[in-house]
Design a protein around this ligand. Structure first.
Ligand code: ATP
Ligand code: MG
Length: 299
């Protein structure tokens, strides 16, 4: 369970799936065996790693509802070291079935026990709800990772989220810890973003990852190519930020060997350096086709 992470926020569209897909790909690139479990019937993590959502006989639905052997649901992606248990629209009906099951909050946890030794990290892409699927994710996880969008309403709903986390920890799974908070979709040119970042850092202290994910068109268009942005366009500022986050993640959750190895490569790592680079780039917006203004040449 220590290596299983729930990317969780009941708010929709805050960057859960984008973070799961890109961070998992970075970790896989660092040589870790990573399994994503798509727990959202939208199936965005599934298509985000290039798997057709509608061509899977066995998915997270079978895993949760039919108690099928998890191995039959695992699909190898085209990315080395990265596997996924896909999801599609069927999953929307899973909670109805789960309600009637014995130990319904622990179905996923029991299933993951059968396969967790095969992976270094398991990332659970939660749906935007506090329902039974999310509860199953939390009880199966060692850590909760909260993506927060840098916007005015970022902290709205956070009380409810933390309350759910505390209730699960108190009543269902004492092992669950807050692993970290990822600030997403930052537009560092605005005061509002700066204020949100400051407020979140004040509240969550060192749990907040240093690497802030900027708003990036490349991050949002990569899914339509069925490729994580960090592979589709590794050098854009969004991908660089996820690469920095990946290293930070490994520093936080990896083994002593991982940390030693990263420290040895510190020059090319250091998250703050990447953050500075991102800030510098922010001054020159990504997709601006900076044509020179037409001059009124004398004719
Ligand atoms: P849901 O709650 O619906 O599952 P989510 O929390 O998983 O949503 P994403 O799907 O990762 O959020 O992101 C929501 C939308 O914002 C997507 O269209 C995604 O491509 C886009 N997006 C995510 N992160 C960024 C970013 N840093 N810059 C620009 N667009 C982004
Ligand atoms: Mg999602």
């Amino acid at each position: 369970m220590r290596k299983t992470f729930s990317f969780f926020n009941q708010k929709g569209g805050v960057g859960k799936t984008t973070s799961v897909v890109n961070l998992a790909t970075i970790m896989a690139g660092l040589g870790k065996k990573v399994l994503i479990i798509d727990l959202d019937s939208q199936g965005n993590a599934t298509s985000g790693v290039g798997i057709d959502k509608n061509e899977n006989e066995s998915t997270a639905y079978q895993l949760l509802v039919e108690n099928s052997d998890p191995n039959t649901s695992i699909k190898k992606t085209a990315i080395e070291n990265l596997w996924i248990i896909p999801a599609n629209a069927h999953l929307a009906g899973a909670e109805m079935h789960l309600i009637g099951q014995d130990k319904r909050e622990f179905v996923l946890r029991e299933q993951l026990k059968k396969i967790s030794d095969d992976y270094d990290y398991i990332f659970l892409d939660c749906p935007p709800s506090l329902g039974l699927t999310s509860i199953n994710a939390l009880t199966a996880s060692g850590y909760i990772i909260i993506p927060l969008q840098c916007e005015y309403y970022a902290l709205e709903g956070l009380g409810q989220l933390l309350n759910t986390y505390q209730l699960v920890k108190k009543n269902l799974s004492a092992e669950l810890e807050l692993g970290g908070v990822i600030l997403t979709m930052a537009d560092v040119r605005t005061n509002l973003t700066q204020q949100v970042i400051e407020e979140v850092r004040n509240y969550f202290k060192e749990k907040t990852f240093q690497s802030v994910i900027p708003r990036s068109v490349k991050l949002s268009e990569a899914p339509s190519f069925g490729k994580p942005a960090v592979l589709y366009d590794p050098h854009n500022r969004g991908s660089l930020a996820y690469a920095a986050l990946g290293k930070e993640f490994l520093m936080r959750f990896g083994s002593d060997d991982d940390r030693r190895e990263l420290a040895a490569k510190a020059k090319e790592v250091v998250a703050p350096a990447v953050a500075e680079e991102i800030q510098a780039e922010e001054l020159a917006p990504e997709n601006e086709t900076s044509q020179p203004a037409p001059t009124n040449a004398n004719t």
